[in-house]
Ligand binder design. Structure first.
Ligand code: GUN
Length: 279
């Protein structure tokens, strides 16, 4: 049996087309504000992509840029303005923030109903409880990708490799809420292959190429690659794609897998913020 490559770009395209139709009926248009601190090239690139996506579906966007040397109070002051600005529906603080800034304090200062990333502790807690409206975009994108690919989740053993604040940890909760049996592995996990080899679904979000190799995968497993790593000009994920695809039944590519789904979920969450504020 061959391995199917999950086309995240196609599924995301479908979601964005639906969002565009929905936004056509809205007046005023939804508005996403992005707070970008510093000039990390990857963050600037991601911010530009998000603005392009907004424009494609008719969502307004604006970027508040602050220098990397900004104090915590300056960032909190900018956030307060965005929280109080009635024309802003959704707020995204582009991560990472400069190392001197306490990320948790900044994320906790975003108004929960405008927290388009679902990173505020209130939204994170609700997502973990399975009662969340604003789910973090990458984890929500992974679950949607699996469902759209016809994979039933209940009872499956899902192994999440990585426990980051924005991907691994929330993804583990979303999969648990879909009734998966979830194992979370991380940098201190002993004998990682002993866990991944038992998995029906493996989600890798570590940020290191070839974290998952073919010998670590059960035949027929579903493999979701959430890593984005630069190797010269090339983008690669965390999965050793060629050899792993010979053992997996389904696999997501990098690029064109989870990335476009994350962006589509951001658009969906912006619309959710807009509608929640008008209920
Ligand atoms: N930096 C890398 N990924 C993300 C994300 O999903 N949201 C935000 N705000 N920043 C990021």
């Amino acid at each position: 049996m061959g391995c199917e490559i999950i086309d995240g770009s196609r599924i995301a395209g479908k979601i964005l087309a639906e969002a565009k139709r929905q936004v056509e009926g809205f007046s005023p248009k939804p508005c996403l504000a992005i707070l970008l601190v510093g000039d990390n090239p990857a963050s600037v690139l991601y911010t530009n992509k998000k603005i392009e996506d907004c424009a494609k579906v008719g969502i307004l966007s604006r970027v508040a840029r602050l220098p990397a040397s900004s104090s915590k109070d300056r960032i909190l002051g900018e956030l307060k303005k965005l929280n109080e600005d009635g024309s802003v529906d959704a707020i995204l603080v582009q991560l990472p923030l400069p190392a001197s800034i306490d990320e948790e304090e900044i994320l906790g200062a975003i108004s929960p109903e405008k927290d388009v990333d679902g990173f505020h502790p209130q939204n994170f807690g609700q997502a973990a409880l399975g009662i969340g409206q604003l789910l973090p975009c990458t984890p929500a994108g992974v679950v949607r990708l699996l469902k759209e690919s016809g994979i039933s989740l209940a009872g499956k053993h899902a192994v999440v490799v990585g426990r980051s604040r924005i991907v691994g940890k929330p993804l583990a909760f979303l999969l648990l809420n879909e009734s998966c049996t979830v194992t979370i592995c991380h940098s201190k996990t002993r004998d990682l292959p002993s866990h991944t080899k038992r998995a029906d679904i493996i989600c890798v979000a570590v940020g290191k190429p070839k974290t998952l190799t073919a010998d670590m995968v059960k035949k027929g497993a579903v493999v979701v690659d959430i890593g984005i790593n630069r190797e010269g000009e090339k983008l690669v994920g965390d999965v050793d794609f060629g050899p792993v695809s010979k053992k997996a039944s389904l696999i997501t590519p990098v690029p064109g897998g989870v990335g476009p789904m994350t962006r589509a979920m951001l658009i969906q969450n912006t619309i959710k913020c807009y509608l929640m504020r008008r209920r």
